[in-house]
Every structure is written in structure tokens, then in C-alpha cells.
Ligand binder design. Structure first.
Ligand SMILES: [Ca+2]
Length: 465
């Protein structure tokens, strides 16, 4: 019954209106539009409906549905309106998507949507207890002081993670910065983070996803391999992964996922969806029942947008986190020598494995590109890899406006509600402004795209003594 009422609301949504800045951000626009895929999702998913109005605002083309999500990518690539690649990639994408869906179909039959519901219920009860304290962790001065893991910023830290202490930093960018995005950014303000946290040094990989979630590999770029980023998962699925990982380590579930329905997590689309004029309807939950983020949860969670930028800057205050803080080459060619050191981006993300997207701007000279294994480029000042490029990284925050310039915000978790969620850091198809550390874009919670991934954090408190 809930489904029916929500679906009705969906059908009465106002017509989409073009995003005012769409011509400015070809690259980014392409991505938000993926969000557009949601309208179709809406058919299958009641909750998406809620998000749809916004998605729609973001982009007129969303209407087309998921097959096009893939298409959107080429644009991301160049940040150039002229992507001629779209046509070529459409056909390719569609074929590839279909085969993916075919593979997952089989998987779905085996796993069954019921399994999702069960796990969601389990998460709920965990989250509801809400009694688990922040984990107190040992301090150290060297790795030998830690019985396990390593010493990171004075705290014993699990391998593959760093500890980032509480901090105050300047978030955002000067309005005069090249590539500043007037509609999404709002100058600079001060962000105070009162909690320290572990952050994974890489985005979650395909192998790590499969270890925790089982089933088939939802990644579009499965051919890239187990050390490559998981992508083609939705924001909801990232939350489900975080809860599952927490459960596997006896930690608190940070998300009270409720009303979760749809297909098994990560199973993506069916080829027949398109035949029926529907979009990929994956796993999604009731966002109206999702509790506000509890930063004191001791389990794994997405970073807040403020935590993400603090981490990504790695102590820098520059536009880019390249060694000089600058970017010389904003387009795909020639390769920017500094960006090439730290990121997989439009200038260097060519791939030889199957299913690469055409990242070229020349239809006569296609260049397949895609994701690359994590941690192959130089880390930032905090030891974090791929904070720029490879895949966009989902964060907790609703997409919304920043605080006023010059203000100070403490432990911000974003707007109380909104349309879509923020994601940060750019991708293998990003160039120019999208690689700026202050750049922010958005995506619908139920959107599943091959250039969106995530990394997790966990709040901890150093032992006092
Ligand atoms: Ca990234």
C-alpha cells in the first residue's frame, strides 16, 4: 500500500526543468543526469519518486532512463559540451549493460530479494539499540606499539586505513578560483570536526565488496579486476555494505535501513526492463524512515561531506591536491604531468580491458577508458589514494547549499533533507574543474552508474593516558 501511494505521488510530479548551469558543466551535468535515471526507477521504486523532482531539475535528459546513464559518462569526461562520443557509447553501453543485467539475473534468482529484506531488518534492530559507545583505541608513537595494524597520527589503526584527528579547516574555495562553481559552491567557511576517525585509504574494491556481500559482481568494469573500485552500486547499497561490514566485525550498524525493497543488492538491471520501458530498479529503502546520521556510531559509515574534504585536502589549501596545487592541462590531452602523478582522470585513464568507455573527443579516434586498480597513484598528504579521480565518492550529505562564507560550522552533516546526495572527487573521465578538491556534485540515492564508488570511515576516540 505504501508503494501505491508513493507511486501516485511520483506520477504527479512536476515536469523537469533544465538546470541553469547545464551548459557550463558538461561533465558534471552528465553525472547528475544519471540521477535522472531515477525517474524510471521510480516506476519500479516508490521512493525514488521522492527524489525525482530534484533529479529532474538537474537535468532534462534524465527522463530517458538508465541505459543512458552510461551515456552520460562520456560527457563527464571532457567537461565539454561537444561530446560527440555519446552516440557511439550509447550503443556500447546498452549492450554492455544488457549483458551485465543478464548475468545478474541469474544471480538474483539464486539470492532472491527476500534476502535483502532480512538483512535490512537485522540492521534496523542493531541501529535501534544505539547504545554502543564510540570505540576507544590505543595511542602509539610507532608501529611497534600496536598489537595489530599500524600507528597513524598517534593512534593504532587497522591496515588499509589512516587515523585522522579532530580538525578545523577552511572548506570550499575562493570565488575567484578557476573553475569555481557558483551554483554549488559558496566561497569558503570554517568547518570544525570534533571527532577523530579512521578512513580507508582506498575506495572499496570489487574484491572487498564481494567478500562482504557475496553474490555476483555489480561493477560495470568487472574486467578491471578485484583491486579496482566497486561502482555501479547505489547510495543505498553503499549504506547496506557499511552495515554488513560493521556486522562482520561486531560493530554497530550506523544506518537503520527500513522499508528496503527491490532487487537483491547490486544486481542492477534486467534487459527486459528496457523492453518494458522501465529503468533499473535496484535495492532501495525508505528515506523518510532513515534516521539522521549519528556521528557517534562506532561502525562503518560514509564520510560526511566535511570529513571527505578535510581528508581529501590532506593538509593543503590549494585548488588541486597535485604537488604544486595547480593543474596546467584542463583537457584530455596533453596529459597534465602533476595530475598524472596522483589521479586516474581523463588525461590518462585509457584501458585495454573490455568494456572501456570512449573517452575521446574525436569519433574517428576512440579511446576506451575506465577505472583502474586503486592505490596505483601517489597518495595525498594523509596517505589517502585516489581522492581525486578514478570514481566519484559518495558521502552522507544531502545535496544542498553550503553555509554562508565566513561562517563556522561544527560537525556539519549537511541539510536535513534534499534531493540526491553529494559526491566528490571526480572520476576517470573528469578533467578541469571537476578535479578541484572543492568541487561538489550530486546524484540520486537510487542511481547506479559506472563511475560512482565510495570509501568508508569509522569514528574512534584515542585512549586517554
Ligand atoms: Ca576518487
Amino acid at each position: 500500500m505504501l508503494v501505491i501511494s508513493l507511486a501516485a505521488g511520483c506520477s504527479s510530479e512536476p515536469a523537469p526543468t533544465p538546470e541553469p548551469d547545464s551548459s557550463f558543466d558538461a561533465a558534471e551535468d552528465a553525472q547528475p543526469e544519471d540521477a535522472d535515471a531515477q525517474p524510471e526507477d521510480a516506476d519500479a521504486q516508490p521512493e525514488d519518486a521522492d527524489a525525482q523532482p530534484e533529479d529532474a531539475d538537474a537535468q532534462p535528459g534524465d527522463a530517458d532512463a538508465q541505459p543512458e546513464d552510461a551515456d552520460a559518462q562520456p560527457e563527464d569526461a571532457d567537461a565539454q559540451p561537444e561530446d560527440a562520443d555519446a552516440d557511439a557509447t550509447d550503443a556500447t553501453d546498452a549492450d554492455a549493460s544488457d549483458s551485465d543485467a543478464g548475468a545478474t539475473d541469474a544471480d538474483l534468482d539464486a539470492t532472491d530479494a527476500d534476502g535483502d529484506t532480512d538483512s535490512a531488518d537485522a540492521s534496523d534492530s542493531d541501529a535501534d539499540t544505539d547504545a554502543d559507545p564510540i570505540l576507544t583505541v590505543p595511542t602509539c608513537t610507532a608501529d611497534v606499539d600496536c598489537t595489530e595494524g599500524h600507528c597513524s597520527n598517534g593512534v593504532c589503526t587497522p591496515e588499509g586505513h589512516v587515523y585522522l584527528p579532530p580538525a578545523t579547516y577552511t572548506r570550499g574555495a575562493p570565488t575567484t578560483e578557476r573553475g569555481f562553481h557558483e551554483d554549488r559552491e559558496n566561497g569558503e567557511h570554517t568547518a570544525v570536526l570534533t571527532r577523530g576517525f579512521y578512513m580507508k585509504t582506498t575506495t572499496v574494491t570489487q574484491g572487498e565488496w564481494l567478500d562482504v556481500m557475496g553474490g555476483s559482481n555489480p561493477a560495470y568494469f568487472a574486467a578491471c579486476g578485484g583491486d579496482c573500485p566497486i561502482e555501479h552500486i547505489t547510495w543505498w547499497e553503499a549504506l547496506a555494505y557499511a552495515n554488513a561490514l560493521s556486522a562482520s566485525e561486531g560493530l554497530e550498524a550506523c544506518y537503520n535501513l527500513q522499508g528496503c525493497v527491490g532487487r537483491a543488492i547490486g544486481t542492477g538491471c534486467y534487459p527486459t526492463d528496457r523492453d518494458e520501458g522501465q529503468i533499473c530498479s535496484g535495492y532501495y529503502c525508505d528515506k523518510d524512515l532513515l534516521a539522521p546520521l549519528d556521528l557517534d556510531c562506532n561502525g562503518y559509515r560514509l564520510p560526511t561531506e566535511a570529513e571527505w574534504e578535510y581528508a581529501a585536502r590532506g593538509g593543503t589549501t590549494t585548488a588541486f591536491i597535485t604537488p604544486s596545487g595547480d593543474l596546467t592541462e584542463w583537457g584530455p590531452s596533453p596529459v597534465d604531468p602533476e595530475m598524472d602523478q596522483i589521479a586516474w582522470y581523463i588525461g590518462n585513464s585509457a584501458v585495454t580491458y573490455p568494456t572501456g568507455y570512449d573517452c575521446s573527443t574525436d569519433p574517428d579516434n576512440p579511446i576506451p577508458c575506465g577505472t583502474h586498480p586503486v592505490a596505483q597513484k601517489a597518495p595525498n598528504g594523509f596517505g589517502l589514494y585516489d581522492m581525486t579521480g578514478n570514481v566519484w565518492e559518495l558521502v552522507w550529505d544531502w545535496a544542498g547549499d553550503y553555509p554562508e562564507p565566513g561562517t563556522t560550522v561544527t560537525d556539519p552533516t549537511g541539510p536535513a533533507t534534499g534531493i540526491g546526495r553529494r559526491m566528490r572527487g571526480g572520476t576517470y573521465v573528469s578533467g578541469g574543474q571537476y578535479l578541484r578538491v572543492a568541487y561538489r556534485t550530486k546524484i540520486g540515492e537510487a542511481s547506479r552508474l559506472p563511475f560512482i564508488g565510495f570509501r568508508l570511515v569509522r569514528t574512534v576516540t584515542p585512549a586517554q593516558d
